[in-house]
Every structure is written in C-alpha cells, then in structure tokens.
Write a protein that binds this ligand. Structure first.
Ligand SMILES: [Zn+2]
Length: 348
C-alpha cells in the first residue's frame, strides 16, 4: 500500500513535471527510490497529509492523466491553429506587398513611357509677332531662350523721363559711305552695313552692324511717342551692344531712307544688295544731345546689357516715306517696359 501511494505520488509528480517541463521528467524516477525505502517517515507524513484523502488509486489517476493529455493536445491544437493562422496572415501580407511592388513597377514603366512620348519640355519656338498669341506678352513663353522678355528688369523700350542732366560726353561718329543690303525680315525693314562705321562712347568703340525701323516709335520721351524710330545697332569687339535711336517725325524727305526704300526686295526674306553706297552720316540730326540708359533688345531674345543712346532731336522723313513703311508694317513696336528705377542720364 505504501508503495502504491508512493507510486501514485511519483506518477503525480511525473505528470506535473511532464506538463511543465517534459525533458526534466526523465530524471524523475530517482526520487522514487529515495522517498520510499530510505525515508519512511516522510512517506508516513505524506500519508498523513492531503494525499491520504486522495480517491482510491486506479481510475481517478487515469482520469487525471487523460485530462492532462487532452489539455496538452488541445493546447497543442490551439497553438497549431494559431501558428497556421499567423502563417496565412503573413503569406497574405507577403502576396499583397508583392502585388503592390509589381503595380508600382508597372506604373513607373507606364509613366516613363508617357514621358518619353512627350515632346521635349523646353520651348523652342522661333516665330513671334507684335499681336495675338505670338505677341509681346507671350514672347518669353515661345522660346526658353527668350525668358528675359518676361522676367528681365532692364528691358526696352521705356518712357524716358526724369533724366539726370549732366555734361554727357558727345558720341563720336566715324561713319563713311558704305556698301549695304536691304531685307524685309518679316518684322521690319533691315539694312545691313558693310564694315568700317564706328561710334565711340564711354571709351568704347562700337561698329555699326545694321539699322532698322519701327512704327510707331518704341521709346517715348516724357510720355510722347513719335511716328517712327530708326535703331542703329552697334557692337564692340567683346560683343557688347550700343543702339542709337533716331526718333522720326513728318517733314522733309530723308535721303538715306529713300535709298533704302528704292532698294526694297520684292519678297520677304529676300536680300537686295545694290551696287551703290549709303552714307549713314546723312541720317544724323544736327544737334547731338542724347539720353542714355541701360536696356535690352526690343525683340526676342530681349537680351539685356544693351547701351541705349536716344538722340533728343528727331530726324525728319516725308509723309510719303512714312506711308510707304506703314503699308509694310503698320505696327511693329514693342510696348513700353517698366523703367524699374533705372538711372537715365541726359545731355544738359
Ligand atoms: Zn529696333
């Protein structure tokens, strides 16, 4: 009986141990021998404690073992179910991530293809005019190289006023009769000069390259505009520009203007290269007082850092000469640009 009790105690201990820590259960048999024969008082003590009240050995112990196993199996099944659930969730996540990555790759490829199919992002237009969609308000958007037409703060023409009256050095002219050619370039009538005509101003020598006409005058003087203006474009050895503006009013016929009109080509774009010469000295007014300020080209690309020299005394052309130009170009003047606090100097 004592042995049986000891065995059941042992089994209980074994069951508990195996439930808590299965590998340790293999070490359990040793205490059985120790407890039973060598320490009867302890066995008796155990016998006198709650263990003596245990149900008769046999069935209850088996039932307990069964329920322990069932619990184990149930826990194991629950754990397996949880693991399976977690695995399924992980696999679903993985699949979703893979699908998202594939979609992102596909979208990126579609985007790249769309970008490749687009025209080049830089604006490269070359056509401009004085009115409508290609007019001055849109020049900067037609071609990226013409950005200054919109963003520049040293643009021309301006309304010349509040000049600082100073003892301006005179512009030194070194013009001579020269060969020339005439072209209607679609924006104006332009006369390109043979070399050898110079002006000197501010210790710099500029060579006359070409002159052309605008109607009405682009620049104004204290708000007053003129019927036409002639721009004589000069360039120095470093490529800097100096433009001399000759305001034009109705009066006597102008001989140089007549020579130009006489040699107009019949077709736009064609160049007429007559075998005669033209003397630009004959264009200049008697008085050589002038206004000067830093500005820009008044046509695309509207490049800045252009020295402007606007003669105060207008030159004259006959009404017939004016009328002829107006048949070709009734309006080819850029609107007035903000002076933006620029210094304007004028001869006293
Ligand atoms: Zn011009």
């Amino acid at each position: 009986m004592r042995n049986l009790i000891a065995l059941s105690v042992c089994c209980l201990a074994l069951g508990a141990a195996s439930a808590a820590d299965p590998p340790a259960a293999k070490a359990a048999p040793k205490p059985i021998e120790n407890i039973t024969p060598a320490n009867p008082s302890r066995a008796a003590n155990l016998n006198g404690s709650g263990l003596s009240k245990l149900p008769p050995a046999g069935r209850p112990t088996a039932a307990t073992r069964m329920s322990e196993r069932e619990r184990e199996e149930q826990a194991e099944a629950e754990l397996s179910a949880k693991i399976a659930e977690r695995l399924a969730a992980m696999r679903a996540n993985q699949a979703a991530r893979a699908a998202a990555a594939a979609k992102a790759r596909k979208d990126a490829a579609a985007k790249a293809a769309a970008v490749a199919a687009l025209p080049p992002p830089r604006a490269r237009g070359t056509h401009w005019s004085y009115e409508g969609e290609l007019g001055p308000a849109h020049w900067s958007k037609i071609n990226d190289d013409w950005a200054k037409c919109g963003t520049g703060n040293r643009q021309s023409p301006i309304d010349i006023r509040d000049g600082m009256k100073v003892d301006l050095e005179q512009v030194a002219f070194d013009y001579k009769p020269s060969s020339f050619n005439v072209q209607d370039n679609g924006h104006t009538v332009q006369v390109t000069m043979g070399g050898g005509n110079f002006i000197t101003v501010g210790n710099r020598m500029y060579e006359l390259v070409q002159f052309h006409f605008h109607r009405p005058s682009e620049e104004r003087i204290n708000g007053k505009g003129y019927e036409m203006v002639m721009h004589l474009v000069h360039k120095d050895g470093e490529g800097r520009l100096a433009v001399l503006a000759l305001l034009m009013e109705r009066g006597k016929p102008q001989p140089v203007v007549q020579t130009v009109w006489n040699n107009l080509p019949l077709e736009k774009g064609d160049v007429m290269a007559p075998s005669i010469v033209l003397d630009p000295n004959e264009l200049l007014p008697q008085k050589r007082d002038y206004y000067t300020y830093m500005g820009s080209l008044t046509t695309p690309p509207c490049s800045e850092n252009v020295l402007w020299l606007v003669m105060k005394e207008p030159i004259q052309a006959s009404p017939a000469q004016m009328a002829l130009f107006s048949r070709l170009y009734p309006l080819n003047a850029r609107p007035i640009q903000p002076a933006s606090g620029r210094m304007i100097k004028e001869s006293m």
